[in-house]
Design a binder for this molecule. Sequence first.
Ligand SMILES: C[S@@+](CC[C@H](N)C(=O)[O-])C[C@H]1O[C@@H](n2cnc3c(N)ncnc32)[C@H](O)[C@@H]1O
Length: 286
Amino acid sequence: MSMQSSTEPTSAATSLTAMPEDQALKARHAAMWASGNYPAVADEVVGSLGRILVGTLEVQSGQRVLDVAAGTGTAALPAARQGAHVTATDLTPELLDVGRAEATAEGLELTWQTADAESLPFADATFDVVLSCIGVMFAPHHQQAADELLRVCRPGGTVGVLSWTPEGFIGQMFATMKPYAPSPPAGASPAPLWGRADHVRSLLGERVTDLVARQQTLRVNRFSDGIEFRDFFKINYGPTIAVYRFLGDDASRMAALDADLAALGDRFLREGAMDWEYLLITATHV
Ligand SMILES: C[S@@+](CC[C@H](N)C(=O)[O-])C[C@H]1O[C@@H](n2cnc3c(N)ncnc32)[C@H](O)[C@@H]1O
């Protein structure tokens, strides 16, 4: 008989996430996402994606729903409004606190729990729906995270993942920042790969059926020019803040990144709006 308890992550997940280097990496990631003001990014720019994901999945009253890398609950809260029993997990407790306060103000009951997407603290097959909105893509070990999404989803349950594509605006923002950023840690995969349908198909493999991949865009009209976009992200968005911090006091590299990000914003603006591409995958767990 296996020594692996069904209330714990798989042994592969446990051994990876128990390593001190991995714990240090996740602590750095949590601090990065807590920096700036991600709630403002969610409120003013990307928050509608959670409703789109929940609507596409047709979340029903009474379903047990897990939101992985939930942040402030942009998907968890709409699922709870549908009457689902929702658990919202994230690496960054500061973001869960914002969602918890919003739920309390609205009289919604959800469970908010700090957790690494690569080592979810739930028994096998606990949830009817496991979803993640521009969230699990940021866990560095893609296969590990995909295995965990499937492990906690019951057979016949649904998995839904919404991710920025590499070619879309946020994918291109990460590509623009890459030459200015530190080398990624060994074994980490780039976040926007979750925006490729073939990558997600291979992560989920034969363990799902009825996989549907929808390439869609989010219309963003929050920024009137590239400089306004750049300055908003420089102040509020953890990954952008981290790259500027890495440049320290190298004024010429900072000026070059400033120019590149503003140019990227201008390239995507058409008549005061941008279309940010994402991939929305739904699948049934066999
Ligand atoms: C772009 S935000 C998305 C938050 C929210 N789902 C939304 O739609 O606004 C990315 C989130 O992933 C979380 N995250 C990053 N790495 C994670 C990991 N290994 N496990 C769980 N959450 C993680 C961050 O803390 C952050 O809340």
